[in-house]
Structure formats: C-alpha cells, structure tokens
Design a protein around this ligand. Sequence first.
Ligand SMILES: NC(=O)CCC(=O)C(=O)O
Length: 259
Amino acid sequence: MRASLIQIAVNEGESVSSRRARVADLVREQDESDLVVLPELWTVGAFAYEQFETEAEPLDGPTYEVMAEAARDAGVWLHAGSVVERAGDGSLYNTTLVLSPAGELAATYRKIHRFGFDQGEAVLMSAGESLTTVELPEQTLGIATCYDLRFPELFRGLVDAGATAMVVAAGWPARRRAHWTLLNRARAVEDQSYVLACGLAGTHAGVEQAGHSLVVDPWGEVLAEAGTGEEVLTVELDPAKVADTRRQFPALKDRRLGR
Ligand SMILES: NC(=O)CCC(=O)C(=O)O
C-alpha cells in the first residue's frame, strides 16, 4: 500500500475556503497512492480557538463535500484530517473523517483527549468516547488525534481492535517537537505498528507548528520525515511487516496488565 501524508501550512491570510480548494488539488495530485492523510483541523488551525464556533460544520458540511470529490477524483482512501464538528445538539467535537475512494464517509473519530488543560479546545470541545479503526485492503487503520499521542492506552486499545497502522493527525507546536518525534516512534515500537503522523506547518494564532510529519515502521525505524514547510511524504507500507514483527519479537503476547 502506498500512503501519502500532506503536511499543510496554515498561515493567516489564506481563507478557510481557499485552503479547502488548494488542499483538494493536492489530494487529487496523489492519484498514484492508495491512502492520503491530512493533519488535524487544517481548515481552521488547531489553535485558532476564536474561529471554532464560526467555522464549525456538520459531518456532511463543506469539508466533507470538497474532500469527497477529491477522494473520488484521485481514487484514494482519504483520511481527511479533522474538522470542528457541530453535532446535532449544538456541541463541538474535533472529528476525523475517513472517506472511501467512492467519496463515502467510511468512518469518523471524535478526539478523546482534548488539549489545553482548562482552556482552548479542552473547554470549547466535547470529548469523544469511542475508538475507531478502519479496515483497508492491506492495513487496518487505528485513528488518533494529536494530544491522544500522549496516552499509550488509547493505542493499546487500537491494537486490541486489530489496528496495524496508527494514523495520528496533529497540529503539534514547534516548541514540543522533540516530544512529537519521540512519542510517535515509541507508539510504533510498543504497539509494533506503522505510525503515520501528519502535522501542520506554518504559524497560526501565534503558535508556530512543528511540521516534521513522519512515517515510522513497526520496528521504530523512521521511513520518511518532512521538514518544517508544506510537503508531501510518500511511503510504501509492506503488508507483511506488522505480522512479521509481531511474530519475530512477540512482546505484545507477554502483556499481563490491562487486557
Ligand atoms: N492540538 C493538540 O492536541 C496539541 C497537543 C500538544 O500540543 C501536546 O501534546 O504537546
């Protein structure tokens, strides 16, 4: 399976609708890939809290519409990053959309661990409550969003649900870039899974983004890593590698707690 991660620059000065159209064209360009991955809240910016209310959208809103067309045109599975979802009861969620190559909404994931302690996303958004996996032809994706990366038990839950490739959409700040790289590699090693970690670039709401999206294999080797600007990373995922790693070094079988 060929996967492309699009590290998107979010800078003030570009409107949300212009960015949607621009990113849709970037998705269309990845028509040689099987899977395309976008970052967290790339429409509005993960730290643009003051825009969450105005840019909130239902699951079948403008981001879904534009991305469904792009997924269909490219013929790819599209992890469309996350949007500010306005639920039926008016509350907001940080929600990932996964679209099939036919443009259908195949899965959603509402971010479980909201960032900000007593501010920002943590007070503006509601928390998701359930894990999401998505079965693709050669890999089962386990879905996580940004701050979730700090909670290894979520990833263990995804392993137990059958995940072989963790997809982490993020808007991770540059000042904690060392944590980003370390934690993504740690999740790959401890869960013996691919990790596809796609972050934002640029600076929005005064927060410089780390970029440095990366793909890690189940042995913890970094297969590809972006720089700090907008960039597309393309990698081949070996369909046998996860099973081989888990068979050759069966540490997951030795778990004694939390099962
Ligand atoms: N958008 C986020 O979840 C940011 C997470 C973060 O900055 C951190 O965990 O550090």
